[in-house]
Ligand binder design. Structure first.
Ligand code: HEC
Length: 125
């Protein structure tokens, strides 16, 4: 007794299962469509959280001039003050300070500054 097409149903079943798993994997992945932070961006995130977020997210010093939201600072052509949003201008603000914002001169190595900029460029993920 031979069953010439015996393997057809099971391979179809396997394909359906594979397609279904793929679908669920993609569906689950859909929640985080943003790629993970690179090592450099993650280092910058740490610096941002430690040095900038208490003012720029929480305004913990209750400054009268509320520190501007830095989300998407590089997505617009200019910073809140109207200065162009470029790496060198943002670096200058951070190093020189501005109004109630303190100067961070000497606080960051070049690598740390580059990491901070890389993180700001992610739009603060
Ligand atoms: C003590 C609070 C404080 C800390 C800490 C702080 N900032 Fe600020 N920041 C401010 C205030 C206040 C302003 C608004 C300055 C103004 O326009 O007078 C500002 C403005 C800025 C601007 C916009 C400048 C412009 O020209 O519009 C950038 C960019 C910025 N900060 C980046 C940072 C980064 C990056 C850090 C962390 C390294 C940081 N700040 C830490 C208070 C702070």
């Amino acid at each position: 007794m031979t069953r010439p097409i015996s393997c057809a149903p099971s391979s179809t079943g396997f394909l359906a299962l594979a397609a279904l798993s793929l679908f669920f994997l993609l569906a689950l992945n859909g929640c985080h469509h943003q790629p993970a932070l690179t090592q450099q961006e993650a280092a910058g995130k740490h610096l941002y959280m430690v040095r900038c977020a208490h003012c720029h997210e929480d305004n913990d010093l209750a400054l009268k001039k509320v520190p501007p939201n830095l989300h998407g600072i590089f997505q617009r052509p200019t910073m809140p003050s109207g200065t162009p949003a470029t790496d060198s201008d943002v670096t200058r603000v951070v190093l020189a300070g501005k109004g109630m914002m303190p100067s961070f001169a000497g606080r960051f190595t070049q690598d740390q500054m580059a990491a901070l900029l890389a993180y700001l460029r992610t739009g603060l993920r």
